[in-house]
Design a protein around this ligand. Sequence first.
Ligand code: 13P
Ligand code: SF4
Length: 301
Amino acid sequence: MTDIQKKIIKLKKEKNALVLAHYYQTIDIQEVADFVGDSFELAKIAQKTEKPIIVLCGVRFMAESAKILNPGKTVILPSSDAGCLMADMIIPADVVKLKKEHPNAAVMCYVNSTAETKTYCDICCTSSSAVKIAKSLEANEIIFIPDRNLGAYVAEQVPDKTFYFYRGFCPIHNVVNADEVETARRKYKGAPVVVHPECKKEVRDAADFIGSTSAIIKFVENSEKSEFIIGTEIGVVERINKLMTGKKAYLLSSHLSCINMKKTKISDVLNALENIEEVIELDSDTMDKARITLERMVSVN
Ligand code: 13P
Ligand code: SF4
């Protein structure tokens, strides 16, 4: 443990704060967190915690979701400019347009979206819960926003429903291609290819397993194999290589580093706890409307 990590651990106890980290955070931040998880797990823990302060080491939509699900708490995003490129690709007017075009469809919103966008939707989902949520809906038509790749993946798993997509995507996962899968397979013979559903269809089709960040970690943990090609952000690869003895993970593509996830530095986490700065604030009307969609998401699982 470094001095700064020790200070964070001491301070979070003194202030009775809960530190949550997404798997894409750097290892030094994962090490000081009370819980590291995928976006669904972080949202559920934030909703239930009784601690007065939540430090969410991730990106803005994750901190907003924590605030919306547990509005009485002080929620801090240690690096205030850590957004999500996909979340910023859609605005409410785009949702309104899609709803006009498909009036009978339910609107399913990937949690990687702004709080305001969520207020125009019926239910949220994460990558780990999307298929289950699509199946649970009464509607036979679903508008899926904003990720066209996750949307297409869900539509493949739920063939009895009709899906309409928005053009959004994650610029980090979307650039990976099937040639890179082939090259990695040749280099790391016998290693399974494990990818996130934000990857394009050609990459998902070439993979051995598709899942959320937590599902990827569990797949590696439970596999008898010792080497893995990982098609999601580098934080997952670093976690496997640091914590899982006997397992070796390789990054599928050098593009797989999220600039926004990497904006949070360990010093920002200390600063957040010392000064209680970068507190998430949303207007109550937006929170009340967005909460309906997030609570529905949590209740399906
Ligand atoms: P998970 O829900 O799988 O953690 O994914 C979040 C994300 O932003 C992926 O790019
Ligand atoms: Fe958003 Fe992509 Fe970064 Fe995930 S990896 S937080 S979807 S920009």
